[in-house]
Ligand binder design. Structure first.
Ligand SMILES: *[C@@H]1O[C@H](CO)[C@@H](O)[C@H](O)[C@H]1NC(C)=O
Ligand SMILES: *[C@@H]1O[C@H](CO)[C@@H](O)[C@H](O)[C@H]1NC(C)=O
Ligand SMILES: *[C@@H]1O[C@H](CO)[C@@H](O)[C@H](O)[C@H]1NC(C)=O
Length: 621
C-alpha cells in the first residue's frame, strides 16, 4: 500500500509540473512587463486585447499558446491530466481515510475524552449564542437623527432562490493579501497610482471595468477582514476576533467566540452552493470556519512563500495560479461557478528575516528602479503618533525589520513589488483561461485585498490602525453587464469589504441575508444615476495580545475628516484630510471653532454608527 501511495505521489507531481507548464503562458505577459510600459492598445481596447496580444509577444509564448489551445495536442492532454489528478486525489484521499481509520482505532480512548470536552465547550458556545442571537428583543429603531441611508431592511429573506431569479453568472474573486491603494500602477489613467510598480493585467482589467478609489476595509487585519468578506458583516457581528490564520491546523469551531448554528446564513459560499453554484476556493482562508466542508473545490495554502511539494519547490503564487487553472479546467460547464483565488502574496513571511521572497525569475524586475520613500516616513511623524506607540508596538518592530534604513526599505519594497507583479501575471493566466473558455462575457471579476499596509509611513510597518495606508485598498470590478460608458471609469464612493458578499450574491441573483451589513456595489455602476451612498463609515479593530503590542482602534472615516478613538487609552484624535492627507497633525486640541464643531459632529456620528454596528438590528450600513 505504501509503494502505491509513493508512486501515486510521483505521478501527481509529474502532472503538477505539466500544469505549471500551462502557467508558462504568461511568460509572454511577463515580456510585456519587462518592456516597462503598458502597451498603448490596452488603454484603448481593454484587457481582452492585451491577453490576445500577449500571445503573440514572444515566439515562445505563441508556441505554448498554440499547443495549449490545440484540442488534439496539449489541450486534450491537459484536460485528461486534470481528470487524472482528480482521480489520483480521490485515491490519496481514500488512503488518508484508511490511515485515519487505523489511527483513530489506536487513539480511540483519547478521542473520546476529547469529544467529551469539546461537547462541554460546545454547550458553552451555544449558551453564548443564545444570549447573543436568540434574544427575542425587537430590533431597535435607528436613531431618529441618523442618516436616511440606514433604513432597516424589512422582513426575513429566503436563501433558496427561485431558479428564474438566478442570473447564472460566474463570479471570479481575485483576492490579494496586503495590497495598499497604491499597489496598482493604473497606467491607463492620466495620473497613475504608482509609476514604478507594474500591474498591466489589473490595469487592463480596470480599463475595461471600474476602479473604486475610496474602497476601504472595516477592520485592517487578515482574519477579520476575511471573516467580513465571507459574511458581509462587521467584526462586531461575526465576532471572529481571535487570530487563527495558519494552514494545516484543523478548522475547529473552538477558535470562535461563539458558534452560529446556521452557517448558510453567514457565508455567501454556502448560499451560492445552495443555489446551484460550483464553488471553489484556492489559497488562504485565514480563519477557522467550517465553510470549506461544503465546497466543490478547496485547496488551502497559507503562511509560506516557498514549499517543497513532492520534488518540486513551489512558490505560493505559482501554486495559487495552478490550483485556479485546475478549478477552471475541471469545472462542470453546465453550472455557474464561484472561485476565490485567495493569493497569499504579497503577505510577508513574518518569521523570516527576508520577509518578502519573490520568485527567482522576477528578481530582475525593479532592479534598477528607485522606490520613493513616503513623505511621512520620518522620525517626526513617528513622534507624532500617540504616546502609547512605543518600541513595543508591533508596527514599530516590523518597521525595524523592514524599513529602518534606506537600503533595507529599497530591498523590501522591491521584493514586495515583485510579488505584486507576480500576482498580476498569475491573474493574467487565469483571465486567459477564462477567455479561452469564452466565459469572460458571463463572469463578474472582482479584484481586491484583505487590508492595506504601512510601508514606513508614520515610522510603521503592516496594518491594524485606521490610517489611510492601512485601510484604503484596491477594488476593481469587471462586470459584463456594465455599459460601455462605465468601462474604464473610476468611482469615488466609500465602498467597503462588507459590500463584497452582498455584491457577489446579487450578481448571482440571490438576495443578501438580513444579517449582512453591506450593500450591493453594482448599484454604483449599473444604475449610474444613483446618489445615495454612504458618506462616512465606522472602523473597528480589536487589541491584539496586549495594548502595548497592538492597541485597539476605532474611527469615523470621512473624505474630509477622520476621527480616531483608541479605546484602551480613551484617546481621541481628529485629522483634517483636506489639508493633511498624511494624517500627521492631530487637531483634537485645536481651538479653531471649525475644528471644534467638526469634532462634535464626528463624535456623535461615530457613536451612532458604532451603536448600529454593535447592535443586532437588521441594518444596511
Ligand atoms: C438554516 O438555513 C437554511 C437555509 O436558509 C434553512 O433552510 C434552515 O431552516 C436554517 N436552519 C435553522 C436552524 O435556522
Ligand atoms: C540597514 O539595516 C539592516 C538590518 O538591520 C542592517 O543589516 C544594515 O547593515 C543596515 N544598513 C545600513 C546602511 O545602515
Ligand atoms: C459569450 O461569447 C460566446 C462566444 O463569443 C458566445 O457563444 C456566448 O453566447 C456568449 N455568452 C453570453 C452570455 O453573452
Amino acid at each position: 500500500m505504501a509503494s502505491t501511495a509513493i508512486s501515486s505521489l510521483g505521478m501527481l507531481l509529474w502532472i503538477f509540473t505539466f500544469i505549471l507548464l500551462v502557467s508558462l503562458v504568461y511568460i509572454n505577459i511577463i515580456a510585456v512587463i519587462r518592456g516597462g510600459q503598458l502597451p498603448k492598445n490596452v488603454v484603448n481596447n481593454g484587457f481582452a486585447s492585451l491577453l490576445e496580444q500577449s500571445k503573440t509577444t514572444t515566439a515562445k509564448g505563441a508556441a505554448i499558446a498554440t499547443s495549449l489551445s490545440s484540442e488534439s495536442n496539449g489541450g486534450a492532454t491537459y484536460k485528461a491530466n486534470s481528470q487524472t489528478i482528480e482521480g489520483m486525489e480521490a485515491e490519496i484521499e481514500a488512503l488518508r481515510k484508511t490511515k485515519a481509520k487505523l489511527d483513530t482505532e489506536l487513539r480511540i480512548g483519547q478521542m473520546e475524552e476529547k469529544i467529551h470536552s469539546l461537547n462541554q465547550e460546545f454547550q458553552q458556545w451555544e449558551g453564548k449564542f443564545n444570549n447573543l442571537y436568540k434574544s427575542d428583543t425587537k430590533p431597535k429603531q435607528a436613531p431618529a437623527n441618523s442618516s436616511p441611508l440606514l433604513p432597516p431592511v424589512g422582513e426575513k429573506k429566503q436563501h433558496k432562490v427561485d431558479s428564474k431569479d438566478l442570473t447564472g453568472m460566474n463570479i471570479l474573486l481575485l483576492y490579494a493579501d496586503d495590497w495598499t491603494h497604491h499597489t496598482l500602477s493604473s497606467y491607463h489613467q492620466t495620473k497613475p497610482l504608482n509609476t514604478i510598480l507594474k500591474t498591466p493585467i489589473l490595469d487592463a482589467l480596470a480599463a475595461d471595468g471600474i476602479r473604486f478609489t475610496h474602497n476601504c476595509v472595516t477592520t485592517s487585519v487578515c482574519w477579520i477582514s476575511r471573516a467580513t468578506l465571507y459574511t458581509g458583516q462587521y467584526m462586531s457581528r461575526h465576532k471572529t476576533t481571535k487570530p487563527c490564520c495558519w494552514s494545516g491546523l484543523p478548522k475547529t469551531k473552538g477558535q470562535l467566540d461563539y458558534v452560529p448554528d446556521n452557517w448558510s446564513e453567514l457565508s455567501f459560499y454556502e448560499l451560492l452552493k445552495e443555489n446551484g453554484y460550483h464553488v471553489g476556493h484556492a489559497g488562504k482562508w485565514g480563519i477557522h470556519l467550517p465553510f470549506h466542508k461544503n465546497l466543490d473545490f478547496n485547496v488551502e495554502d497559507d503562511g509560506w512563500h516557498y514549499r517543497k511539494i513532492g520534488k518540486k519547490l513551489w512558490h505560493i503564487t505559482e501554486k495559487n495560479e495552478a490550483d485556479a487553472l485546475r478549478f477552471l479546467a475541471t469545472r462542470p460547464k453546465d453550472k455557474p461557478f464561484f472561485l476565490n483565488v485567495a493569493f497569499f502574496a504579497t503577505h510577508a513571511k513574518d518569521s523570516d528575516i527576508r520577509q518578502y521572497m519573490p520568485q527567482e525569475s522576477s528578481m530582475e524586475w525593479y532592479k534598477d528602479d528607485t522606490i520613493p520613500v513616503p513623505p511621512t516616513a520620518t522620525q517626526e511623524a513617528w513622534e507624532k503618533m500617540p504616546y502609547f506607540f512605543t518600541n513595543e508596538n508591533e508596527g514599530r518592530t516590523r518597521w525595524g525589520v523592514r524599513y529602518s534604513n534606506y537600503t533595507l526599505h529599497q530591498t523590501m519594497m522591491k521584493n514586495y513589488y515583485r510579488m505584486a507583479t507576480e500576482v498580476d501575471a498569475a491573474c493574467g493566466a487565469i483571465l486567459e483561461e477564462l477567455r479561452r473558455q469564452d466565459a469572460l462575457n458571463n463572469t463578474v471579476i472582482i479584484f481586491t485585498t484583505d487590508n492595506g499596509n504601512f510601508h514606513s509611513e508614520h515610522g510603521l510597518a503592516d496594518k491594524w490602525y485606521p490610517h489611510q495606508e492601512s485601510i484604503r485598498v484596491p477594488l476593481i470590478i469587471h462586470d459584463p453587464r456594465m455599459a460601455d460608458s462605465v468601462k474604464g471609469t473610476t468611482n469615488d464612493e466609500f465602498t467597503l469589504n462588507i459590500d463584497l458578499a452582498p455584491t457577489i450574491l446579487r450578481a448571482a441573483g440571490i438576495p443578501a441575508p438580513d444579517k449582512m451589513h453591506g450593500r450591493d456595489m453594482s448599484e454604483l455602476y449599473l444604475s449610474p444615476d444613483r446618489t445615495d451612498w454612504r458618506k462616512e463609515f465606522f472602523y473597528e479593530h480589536p487589541v491584539i495580545n496586549t495594548k502595548r503590542y497592538v492597541p485597539a482602534s476605532e474611527a469615523l472615516v470621512r473624505k474630509d475628516y477622520k476621527y480616531m478613538y483608541w479605546p484602551d487609552y480613551k484617546y481621541e484624535q481628529l485629522f483634517d484630510l483636506k489639508v493633511d492627507p498624511g494624517e500627521i497633525n492631530d487637531l483634537f486640541q485645536s481651538t479653531n471653532p471649525e475644528h471644534k464643531q467638526q469634532l462634535d459632529y464626528m463624535r456623535e456620528r461615530f457613536n451612532e454608527l458604532k451603536h448600529l454596528v454593535k447592535s443586532d438590528e437588521v441594518v444596511t450600513l
